[in-house]
Design a protein around this ligand. Structure first.
Ligand SMILES: NC(=O)c1ccc[n+]([C@@H]2O[C@H](COP(=O)([O-])OP(=O)(O)OC[C@H]3O[C@@H](n4cnc5c(N)ncnc54)[C@H](OP(=O)(O)O)[C@@H]3O)[C@@H](O)[C@H]2O)c1
Length: 214
C-alpha cells in the first residue's frame, strides 16, 4: 500500500515508523521538504524490505491510496480543503483529538467530530476513516504497551476504506477495533480526551494505552 503521511511531527513520525515496519511504502509530507526529509530519514531504519520511503511538500504531494492527516484539528480541515480535488477517491485518515486550548474540553460541536468535519471539508468522493487518536506517539514507535499490541479504534462509513486502514494497522503489528460508522468518531474522540485527562492522575506520561481485554 502507498501511504501518504501529512505532518512530519510526533504522530507523523510514529505512524510512518509502524507503516514501513509493516512493509508499506510511505511518503512524508511537510510544509518544507527539509522537515519531511528529516522524518523520512529517521524512519528508514524501521523499514521492512520493499518499503519505499520518500519526502515531499504539501504543494507537490501526489496522494497515495491512504492519506493520514497527522495534523492538529483546524489544520487538518484547512489541508483537507486545500487538497480536496487531489483526495478524490482516496482514503483519508483523521487522527486529531480536537481539544480546546486548556485541554479540558473538545471544540467540536456535539453533533460532529474532527473526522466528520474533515469529511465535510473533502466532500463525498473521499472516504474518511477515524483512527490513531487514542494511541500516543511514543507507544506507536514500538507498537506495544506492557507487552500487548496497541488497539487502534477505527470508524468510517465506507467498508472498503475501513478494511484498507484495518489491514494497514494489522500489518503494523497493532489490533484494529472497528467501532462502526464515522459518527462513532464522536465517542472515539471522547475516549482520546479521557485518556489525555487521566495522564496526570495515573502518572503515565503519555506512555499508556487504551485497550479492550478479554
Ligand atoms: N502526540 C500524540 O501522542 C498524539 C496522540 C494521538 C493523536 N494525536 C493527534 O495527532 C495530531 C498531531 O499531533 P502531533 O503530536 O504529531 O503534533 P506535532 O508534533 O506538532 O506535529 C504536527 C505537524 O504538522 C505539521 N504541519 C502543520 N501544518 C502543516 C501543513 N500545512 N502541511 C504539512 N505539515 C504541516 C507541523 O509542521 P511545523 O512544525 O513545520 O508547523 C508538524 O510537523 C493532533 O491532532 C493530535 O491531537 C497526537
Amino acid at each position: 500500500m502507498k501511504i501518504t503521511i501529512i505532518g512530519p511531527g510526533n504522530m507523523g513520525r510514529a505512524i510512518a515508523t509502524r507503516a514501513v515496519a509493516g512493509g508499506h511504502s510511505v511518503t512524508v509530507v511537510g510544509k518544507t521538504l527539509e522537515s519531511a526529509q528529516k522524518v523520512a530519514d529517521e524512519v528508514r531504519a524501521s523499514a521492512k524490505q520493499g518499503a519505499e520511503i520518500s519526502a515531499t511538500t504539501l504543494e507537490n504531494v501526489e496522494p497515495g491510496d491512504v492519506v493520514v492527516l497527522a495534523l492538529w484539528y483546524g489544520t487538518n480541515i484547512e489541508v483537507a480543503k486545500q487538497l480536496s480535488e487531489k483526495l478524490n477517491g482516496k482514503t483519508v485518515v483523521d487522527i486529531a483529538n480536537p481539544l480546546n486550548s486548556t485541554y479540558d474540553g473538545l471544540v467540536t460541536a456535539p453533533d460532529s467530530s474532527s473526522a466528520e468535519d474533515v469529511a465535510k471539508a473533502v466532500g463525498p468522493k473521499t472516504k474518511v476513516v477515524k483512527a490513531f487518536n487514542t494511541t500516543y506517539a511514543s507507544t506507536l514507535l514500538s507498537g506495544q504497551v506492557a507487552g500487548e499490541p496497541l488497539d487502534v479504534f477505527i470508524a468510517g462509513d465506507d467498508e472498503e476504506a475501513k478494511n484498507k486502514v484495518a489491514q494497514f494497522i494489522k500489518d503494523a503489528g497493532l489490533r484494529p477495533v472497528d467501532t462502526g460508522p464515522l459518527s462513532r468518531a464522536r465517542q472515539i474522540e471522547g475516549l482520546g480526551f479521557l485518556h489525555i485527562v487521566t495522564q496526570g492522575d495515573l502518572g503515565t506520561n503519555y506512555a499508556s494505552a487504551v485497550k479492550i481485554l478479554s
